[in-house]
Design a protein around this ligand. Sequence first.
Ligand SMILES: Cc1cc2nc3c(=O)[nH]c(=O)nc-3n(C[C@H](O)[C@H](O)[C@H](O)COP(=O)(O)O)c2cc1C
Length: 171
Amino acid sequence: MKILIAYSSKSGTTRECAEELAKKLSPQVPTLANLDESFPDMTSYELVIVGGYVRMGKISKNAVRYIKENEAILGETMHTFFICCGDPESTECYFQRSIPRPLLDNSISNMSFGGDLRIKEQKGLDKIWAKMILSSIKNNNISENMNEEMAIPAVVPENISRFADEIRHCF
Ligand SMILES: Cc1cc2nc3c(=O)[nH]c(=O)nc-3n(C[C@H](O)[C@H](O)[C@H](O)COP(=O)(O)O)c2cc1C
């Protein structure tokens, strides 16, 4: 089966998750494409997987642009979406905000793989924001008023495995 995994990644997490997903789909050998470099022609693929990261509540611009520019083709091709984000509870909201409803409804699965803040990889305002979020999570977690601990963003490998299983069921 010809499979395309097209991803957009700012600090590397989404790229690494896309690579991990490709391994988990073995013995299939998906083509990996970085949407921040170019938009591949998806017409020759039987399954198209698009992944992006979330910043400021939105799925990465290049992933969304690629999906919207190819909406008609995706509508006639088996497809599925994943995101990397720090707040997995908002997964559904992120998808709905950025991806056309019919594509979401007909997707094999719409999954979050969790995320990683990677302070060292961030630059400028992104670095400041990421540091603020991390220290706010840590401070809240030591506050006596908090009933529940907030989780520091982390990739969830089980979600990548689950996603790969759901895809494999469609072969
Ligand atoms: C500047 C910045 C803004 C972010 N905004 C959000 C957000 O609005 N919602 C969310 O769930 N995660 C947010 N995150 C977490 C990222 O989605 C997460 O770190 C993800 O793994 C980044 O993927 P990448 O390494 O492929 O760029 C943000 C991270 C940074 C650094």
